[in-house]
Design a binder for this molecule. Structure first.
Ligand code: BES
Ligand code: MN
Ligand code: ZN
Length: 536
């Protein structure tokens, strides 16, 4: 249980284009030229020789996703004191412009490297005058690190048999040390690459963090684990953290949180992390109740159901184990906060809230027909105890909006199976009450390689949630399930610009891509970080 999941490759950057190659593996990129001309590749002694035969035979011509592993001829091996053991070449074809193409190239490259016994890889990024380092290296590095991710913590043997190094590591005494076959990525390139690479690595690390949390089963990641992680982050980086427990929820009147959690023995947590990016103006200290935080404040809310059985409205048993992933929204928010904590962006405050609970049936569980009172006083008739996410989020949203007076709110939630019916696993649903904020998040998602599709809201949908005995009911007929989930949440944000991201179809089983593993994808982290890094 205590075994750490090793996914952190050390990355170094060499500000040089000389021929010094460190490590046992050289990774370079080859571009096919129209009409079958010679491939374009980095200028390294002996490299052309490596490629000549493969190219002449037509086996490898630098087509997109083509991979060639070759073993250095004497000239190249000698130039590196015999340390270089292999050259991995990845075809670029004519890569689409924009980050996503490069991210996928990075993923393909890492997959190829992982099939070898590589330990330290020198990367020659395909940077040219037309392709500046920032545009290429950032997504390339991101794709490589995202593709390197594995979750192996629960295997009693350190690693599976897929690569030589991993095979060997199973025999070594300190298996943890060598769990990852790839320990070092050395990026060679012009000056200025360092920041680009470290920012990309920071982002990839956060995505992998979110994947780690999600990969934990229900008995390995409980609501209190969100609290623990948040406290640790706060301690390390000087953020403010508040964890509301059941007692505090009772005092605050968070009937949604309490209702969802009452069938479970796991105590609920409402985790609040505050980052202040703007110092308070002198002499203008007003109480938070009246004025909120000074400067623009972004409120992030992530659904943190560490297991969702459906409660008394029990889900079918087939596939129910996947509901350990029902905390992916919370994981994305917490992981994004780790980047915020480290990068300390100026001019923006960010508040993260993770309502975390477990939804189980039991003698004390919430029942269909029960009427509860959400934070702020609205009453809700619970028709279906499996529509629990909105009950949690409603309390968090209402409380967060009142407490922090945010300029914008973004929530992420694996809220409805209906979003999979609508959009499949390729795009997440986006709904909101503010066109400008919607456009901003849509654009950030596009840049980050996490695409969304906007669905409508409106009074006709809100009307569907009218109850005969309470202010609202939590579900209606099956129709427009994703919209109704959002329409419910809309009731709790008032006039604050708000965007809801329904990531039920993308948080795991996300579109097949070279850098997306099976299982949890970490979807949402990159959107949030992109949004924050380019807030204004
Ligand atoms: N966590 C589920 C949504 C979900 C379903 C996510 C499948 C990923 C895959 C959520 O709590 C839920 O159960 N929603 C219900 C809502 C319904 C009762 C209105 C659903 O989608 O069936
Ligand atoms: Mn549910
Ligand atoms: Zn759920």
């Amino acid at each position: 249980m205590s075994k750490k999941n090793q996914n952190n490759h050390e990355i170094t950057v060499k500000a040089t284009t000389s021929s010094a190659i460190e490590g046992d593996t050289l990774l370079c990129f080859v571009r096919a030229v129209d009409g079958g001309g010679p491939p374009v590749m980095p200028d390294h002694p002996g490299l052309a020789e490596c490629l000549a035969g493969a190219f002449a035979s037509g086996d490898f011509i630098g087509k997109k996703d083509q991979v060639l592993v070759c073993y250095p001829p004497r000239k190249l091996a000698e130039a590196t004191d015999g340390k270089l053991q292999r050259v991995v070449m990845v075809g670029l074809g004519e890569p689409e412009s924009g980050g996503e193409g490069w991210r996928q190239v990075g993923g393909t490259a890492m997959a190829a490297v992982r099939k070898t016994r590589a330990v330290a890889v020198t990367v020659l990024p395909p940077v040219t005058d037309e392709r500046p380092a920032t545009e290429v290296v950032s997504p390339l590095c991101e794709g490589m690190l995202l593709a390197a991710y594995r979750f192996r913590k629960y295997f009693s043997v350190a690693a599976g048999p897929q690569t030589g190094v991993e095979k060997k590591s199973a025999l070594t005494e300190n298996a943890e040390e060598s769990e990852s076959p790839l320990q070092r990525l050395i990026f060679q390139g012009p000056r200025g690459l360092g920041i680009v690479v470290s920012r990309a690595a920071e982002l990839a690390k956060a995505v992998c963090r979110a994947r780690d949390m999600a990969n934990e089963p229900g008995n390995g990641w409980t609501p209190d684990d969100f609290a623990r992680q948040a406290r640790q982050l706060a301690r390390q980086h000087g953020l403010k953290v508040t964890v509301h427990d059941r007692k505090a929820m009772e005092k605050l009147g968070m009937g949604g949180m309490l209702a969802v959690t009452q069938g479970s023995a796991q105590p609920p947590r409402l985790v609040v992390l505050e980052y202040r990016g703007q110092p308070e103006a002198v002499g203008r200290r007003r109480s938070r109740q009246q004025a909120g935080l000074p400067g623009p404040t972004l409120l992030l809310v992530g659904k943190g159901l560490t297991f969702d059985s459906g409660g008394i409205s029990l889900k079918p048993s087939s596939g129910m184990e996947e509901m350990k992933y029902d905390m992916c929204g919370g994981a994305a928010v917490l992981a994004a906060m780790a980047v915020v904590a480290r990068e300390q962006p100026k001019g923006i405050n960010i508040v993260a809230m993770i309502p975390a609970a477990e939804n189980l049936p039991g003698p004390a569980a919430l029942k269909p027909g029960d009427i509860i009172r959400q934070y702020g006083g609205k009453s809700v008739e619970v028709i279906n105890t499996d529509a629990e996410g909105r009950l949690l989020l409603a309390d968090a949203l209402a409380y967060g909006v009142e407490q922090f007076k945010p300029t914008a709110v973004v929530d992420l939630a694996t809220l409805t199976g209906a979003v999979i019916v609508a959009l499949g696993h390729h795009r997440a649903g986006l709904l909101g009450n503010d066109d400008e904020l919607c456009a901003k998040v849509l654009a950030a998602g596009e840049r980050a390689g996490e695409p969304y599709w906007r669905l409508p809201l409106g009074p006709e949908y809100r009307k569907q949630l009218k109850s005969k005995v309470a202010d609202l009911k939590n579900v209606d007929k099956r129709d427009a399930g994703t919209i109704l989930g959002a329409a419910f949440l809309e009731e709790f944000v008032g006039n604050t610009p708000w965007v809801h991201l329904d990531i039920a179809g993308t948080a795991w089983n996300f579109t097949e891509k070279s850098y997306v593993p099976k299982g949890p994808s970490g979807f949402g982290v990159r959107t949030l970080v992109e949004l924050i890094r380019h807030w204004r």
